[in-house]
Design a protein around this ligand. Structure first.
Ligand SMILES: Cc1ncc(C[n+]2csc(CCOP(=O)(O)OP(=O)(O)O)c2C)c(N)n1
Length: 662
């Protein structure tokens, strides 16, 4: 770390530096981001884009009294560095380190936590309304991206701002990128705003005007007066013909800020988001506005790092990289494929044989693997933007017309579409297939991204078939099987590398609701434990079984495959045959697969004790690796063995501790 960054320990120090010093500080922060994230990775690109903006915010406002609400909040690294967390910055997203998102429990400067997109405008408006009600004078500043703006909740908030408060500062951080390139009409609209030459002239005039301002109240009053004049000019811009009928929306023409104005917000911009003096003056001005204002700030994702500028999608969020070149470690030869790629490649295979299949992603083409379909069969691929509710209902509409949509959404992001799953998909019993990626932990992202609740939230809904493959070959079988169903089908699978098993040439049709018995009892007169290992926990059950057999137990291993309907016959059979049943799931224990087994046993009067291994009833923190957290919370071979032995009165010294947690 070099000089100014060393000096700055909190927002008060940002206020002490001169403009040239702040500019140097920006450069040093960029270097710290690039070097500091290179070992463990993180959201490099978005943070490189908001260095000047964050410095300007802390220069003008006073957190924690003033409130900064960041959408998604993956771009808060600079804010963390400037708010007393500089020394721990290099621990970010690692075990016991800083969280990668804003977190209320981490700092008073993080007034609102997030991780999912589209929440910031609503939350900030709630704060502004509370402030108005209490009669206090905090500034509330909401920083939201151009892709977050495409989200439905953002629009619900915009609809509400003008008649709720007079003091609200929105900063639209427009870098033209979501994780992938931003899509849709809003993105096209913002692009038209940026490229309208008349509007740019107005923005430039404003820029020149603000730059000339002396400090002080008089100047601010002047600014208000002048801004009123600009507003008149701005609203007069309207849609002018560009003479280019090839425009994305087919209408031609430039954009005007009338959209924001009609929402009751003053629109200012677009301004250069890397021009520190301009940002500071504009924010000073915004602070005095007596009407909600949105400042349209243009930033470059990855600014200051060539590789990140060249590959904005890759550098949105990534693992370790070379801090000089940006190169990332090559995949190990013979490494198991990622589940997301198996999903995407299977989509291509299935679509080639079935004309009714289409793929839908909500702004996650790479993360879900749907990019494989985009590349191979673009006419069968839909990216609807960060709009999970819309994605689900859009699929419902397609299904009513005879198509068979496959919606790939992370388990945790699908939560917000629960009503759509209930009301649109299940109630109408529509054949939509859900591929739920990141079902289980997303270790370094933490609690906002862990997908630990889907079995519970789907089990209660009629018409649902829900499954979890034990490996990538079974994922393909499950996707294939789902395409043969006329009902809602859900498949959950974890983040990251699959098991590394070969994938069959031709997928197999699975019997709905039928479990797979991997290892039966040997009926050798020893104590019997039946291990039901769901999805990735099947591998853990197998390894635990090996150890237990070696230690003199008779162990059966069952791959349940289905969490709804569960295989009543097989489960009851093993329940009655065993002295102990153990269920293992990468999901919260409460309401999950083990609970389904207990419900069945209660109905069938099976009295065999059941030990449920899964995540406890609490939000699980972030950590460097999934294995660390699994071990800590007892989702491990070791703890399974310990629990079985403890049940049969063979508890070891370590048993007591582990048994408490899971
Ligand atoms: C509900 C939800 N869906 C998807 C995501 C995954 N996601 C994280 S950041 C991001 C893109 C955000 O783009 P933008 O708001 O423009 O911010 P930028 O990264 O460009 O600064 C997406 C899709 C998410 N966090 N939440």
């Amino acid at each position: 770390m070099s000089s100014y960054l060393e000096m700055v320990n909190g927002p008060a120090h940002v206020k002490k530096l001169t403009l040239p010093q702040l500019q140097e500080l920006a450069g040093e922060i960029r270097q710290e981001l690039i070097a500091g994230l290179s070992k463990a990775g993180g959201h490099l690109g978005p943070n490189l884009g908001v260095v000047e903006l964050t410095i300007a915010l802390h220069r003008v406002f006073n957190t924690p009294k003033d409130k900064f609400v960041w959408d998604v909040s993956h771009q808060v690294y600079v804010h963390k560095i400037l708010t007393d967390r500089k020394d721990r910055f290099r621990t970010i997203r690692q075990t016991d380190g800083l969280n990668g998102f804003a977190l209320r429990t981490e700092s008073p400067h993080d007034c609102y936590g997030a991780g999912h997109a589209g929440t910031a405008l609503s939350a900030a408006l709630g704060m502004a309304a509370a402030r108005d009600k209490k009669g206090t004078d905090e500034n509330v500043v909401c920083i939201f991206g151009d892709a977050a703006l495409t989200n439905g909740i953002s629009f619900e908030a915009l609809n509400n701002i003008g008649h709720t408060t007079k003091r609200f500062i929105g900063i639209l951080n427009d870098n033209e990128w979501s994780i992938a390139k931003n899509v849709g009409a809003i993105s096209a609209y913002l692009n038209k705003l940026i490229t309208n030459p008349r509007y740019n002239k107005i923005a430039k005039d404003f820029e020149a005007f603000v730059r000339r301002l002396p400090k002080g109240e008089l100047a601010l009053k002047l600014a208000h007066k002048a801004e009123g004049g600009f507003k008149g000019a701005i609203t007069g811009v309207g849609l002018q013909q560009t003479g280019k009928p090839e425009d994305a929306d087919g209408r031609g023409g430039y954009g005007s800020p009338v959209f924001f104005e009609e929402m009751g917000m003053r629109y200012l911009g677009p301004i250069d988001g890397h021009d520190l003096p301009l940002l500071i003056s504009t924010l000073e001005f915004a602070k005095t506005c007596d009407q909600p204002i949105v400042i349209h700030v243009l930033t470059q994702k990855g600014k200051g790092f060539e590789a990140a500028l060249k590959f904005p999608e890759k550098f949105h969020g990534l693992g370790p990289y070379n801090a000089q070149t940006g190169e990332t470690p090559a995949a190990k030869p013979n490494a198991a494929p990622m589940y997301q790629d198996v999903m995407g490649q299977t989509m291509v295979r299935l679509c080639q044989k079935n004309n009714t299949l289409v793929g839908i992603t909500a702004a996650m083409p790479t993360g879900t693997g749907m990019k494989h379909l985009e590349k191979a069969m673009p006419d069968r691929y839909y990216d609807v933007g960060i709009a999970e509710e819309h994605a689900v209902i859009f699929a419902a509409g397609m299904a009513t017309m005879g198509l068979h949509p496959v919606v790939a959404i992370y388990s945790s992001f699908l939560q917000r579409a629960y009503d759509c799953i209930h009301h649109d998909i299940c109630l109408q019993d529509l054949p939509v297939i859900f591929c739920m990626d990141r079902a289980g932990l997303s270790a370094n992202d933490g609690p906002t991204h862990h997908g630990l609740f889907d079995i519970a939230y789907l089990r209660t809904l009629p018409n649902v078939t829900a499954m979890a493959p034990k490996d990538e070959d079974e994922l393909v079988d499950m996707m294939f099987t789902a395409t043969h169903s006329n009902h809602p089908m859900f498949i959950r699978y974890p983040r990251g590398a699959a098991e590394g098993v070969p994938i069959k040439e031709e997928p197999k049709l699975l019997e709905i609701g039928k479990a797979e018995v991997i290892q039966n009892f040997s009926s050798n007169g020893r104590k019997k434990a039946a291990l039901f290992g769901l999805g990735p926990m099947c591998a853990i059950a197998r390894k635990a079984a090996e150890q237990l057999v070696a230690e003199g137990f008779d162990v059966a291993v069952i791959n349940p495959r289905f969490t709804k309907p569960i295989d009543a016959g097989t489960t009851e059979f093993f329940g009655k045959a065993a002295d102990l049943v153990v269920t293992l799931e990468d999901h919260v224990i409460m309401g999950g697969y083990g609970s389904a087994v207990l419900e069945l046993f209660s109905e069938k009067n099976v009295t065999t004790p059941v030990v449920r291994i899964g995540w406890p009833d609490q939000f699980i923190e972030h950590a460097s690796t999934q294995d660390e957290l699994r071990k800590k919370y007892g989702l491990s071979v070791e703890n399974t063995v310990v629990k079985v032995k403890a049940h049969f009165g063979e508890a070891t010294a370590t048993a007591t501790k582990l048994i408490e947690v899971a």
